[in-house]
Design a protein around this ligand. Sequence first.
Ligand code: SIN
Length: 301
Amino acid sequence: MAASLQTIHDLTNFTTEQSFKINSLPVLGAEIVNIDLGRVLNENDFLRIKQALLSHHVLVFRDQDITPEQHIEFSRLFGPLQIHVLKQFQLPGYPEVLTISNIKENDKPIGLGDAGAFWHSDLSYKEIPSLGSLLYARQLPAEGGDTHFADMHLAWQTLPTHLKNAIEGKQAEHTYIKKYAELQARSPWRPNLTQAQLEEVKPVVHPVVTRHPETGLNTLFVNENFTSRIIGLPQDESDDLLAQLFAHSVKPENVYIHQWQDNDLVFWDNRSVIHLAAGTPDHLPRKLYRTTVEGTRPVAA
Ligand code: SIN
């Protein structure tokens, strides 16, 4: 983060502050209005946004009109960007931007239509998972298409004692391919992974309870999409324990449901929340662009 602060300092000596408002949303998250992310940010504005992300975990920037270059530039203020393994779904000319869309052109999908079909934290299957993701709505369906966010700090805080005891000091395996075959069965357009892609997403191990690197808060760091087993437990016991953790994490009182508005850009902290794309009827086009900021290696609480 120090490098990006230096960058923004260099860039913003001559820019004026924007008078944006930060309004809390129910359960978690905040809406930010009256800001133009296409403008070079003043250092104070950047620090307010960074602090708001740490406090609210999900930020909804309304009414953005930005180019892919501006989306990338704003995202890079928070760290280097990660490139998704499914390179087929990059926005042409912008490898840092993943297209999430159910639209097909010439019978070929232009994006990852079923991204987020299971609860997950983006890129938890990497040695260095993501700090956060920035998803920008470009075309929204008339119905459906919501994104749900669950607060994993709250999930940890409210976890029953017997489950806290069961996971104390434990580590878990995360793998990109955990649900891949199931997703392919539902979405036959999903490409087979090449050997090179498989090499890129070898299983990794992370602590089950991590400490947020910036706030120091404990987080339950497991998710249905990518967490495949708890190390050291027989598979049936691990499956049972993980199922209880997954169910607890997404209780309605932990969840904010984002109903997208045109030109929303939503920035979430993958170290604090997991998310789910609730689904869109096939015949209603939906297209969003996502950048993913690299985080740090998860550390045990
Ligand atoms: C994602 O998992 O990044 C996609 C979420 C969505 O499409 O709502």
